[in-house]
Design a protein around this ligand. Structure first.
Ligand code: E4P
Length: 215
C-alpha cells in the first residue's frame, strides 16, 4: 500500500520524504488555506519535493470550469493529479481530462456506486472519506471493502485511495482490505511508528547497559 501525505505543509512533506514514506500527496482547498502564500506556488514546491502524484483540487462546479482549472493545475508540474468532486458535472470533467491525458482523483466519495461511476468515467483514483463517514456513525471501512470488491470484479485500473484517515487503525484496516493508497495527516504517520512497549524496551536496555558498560 502506498503512503500519501494528506497535507499542504511543506516541512512535513520534507520529513516524510526523508523517511521514504511519501509516495504522493493529497491537498485540498482547506489544507491549502492553512498555509501562507500562493496555493499554486505551494503545490509547485510540493511537486518538486515528492516525486509521486500530487493532488490539487478544482473549485469550479460546472464541467467547463473544472476542465479549465484542471488544465491549469496540470501546467504546474508533470506529477499533478487533478482532484474532481464526485458530481455529474465532475464525471464529465473526468472523461474530458482523461482524453487530454490528465490524471484525476475523484474526491468526496461516500458510496460504492459513486466509486463505480468514477471508475467508468476513467478516473485514476477514487477517494472514499472514511473518517467523515465514521463521524456520522456509518462505518467508513465497509465502504472501502465494497469498493475493493467492485474494482476487483471488473479489473478496473482505478486506484482505491483511502482518505479522511484519522488514526493508525484506519491505516491498518486500509492495508488489510487491499487499498492501493492511504492518505494520512502527518500526526498519523508519526504515530504509526510508535509503540509504548518499544519505548519501555529501549529504556530497559539502556538501564541494563549502564550497569555493565564499565566492566
Ligand atoms: C483527501 O484527499 C482529503 O484531503 C482528506 O483526506 C480529507 O480529510 P478530512 O475529512 O480529515 O478533512
Amino acid at each position: 500500500m502506498k503512503f500519501f501525505l494528506d497535507t499542504a505543509h511543506v516541512p512535513d512533506i520534507q520529513e516524510a520524504t526523508a523517511l521514504g514514506l511519501c509516495d504522493g500527496v493529497t491537498t485540498n482547498p482547506s489544507l491549502l488555506s492553512k498555509e501562507d502564500g500562493d496555493p499554486r506556488r505551494i503545490v509547485a514546491e510540493i511537486a518538486k519535493i515528492c516525486e509521486g502524484p500530487i493532488s490539487a483540487e478544482v473549485v469550479g462546479l460546472t464541467t467547463d470550469e473544472m476542465v479549465r482549472e484542471g488544465l491549469e493545475w496540470a501546467q504546474v508540474a508533470p506529477n499533478i493529479v487533478v482532484k474532481i468532486p464526485m458530481t455529474t458535472e465532475g464525471l464529465k470533467a473526468i472523461r474530458l481530462l482523461d482524453r487530454e491525458g490528465i490524471r484525476t482523483n475523484t474526491t468526496l466519495v461516500f458510496s460504492p456506486v459513486q466509486a463505480l461511476m468514477a471508475a467508468k468515467a476513467g478516473t485514476s483514483m477514487v477517494s472514499p472519506f472514511v473518517g467523515r463517514l465514521d463521524d456520522i456513525q456509518v462505518p467508513g471501512m465497509e465502504l472501502v471493502s465494497q469498493i475493493r470488491e467492485i474494482f476487483d470484479n471488473y479489473a478496473f485500473a482505478t486506484e482505491l485511495l483511502v482518505a479522511s484517515v484519522r488514526s493508525p487503525n484506519h491505516v491498518v484496516e486500509a492495508a488489510r482490505l487491499g487499498a492501493d493508497i492511504a492518505t494520512m495527516p502527518w500526526n498519523v504517520v508519526q504515530s504509526l511508528a510508535r509503540h509504548p512497549l518499544t519505548d519501555i524496551g529501549i529504556e530497559r536496555f539502556l538501564a541494563d547497559w549502564e550497569k555493565v558498560k564499565n566492566r
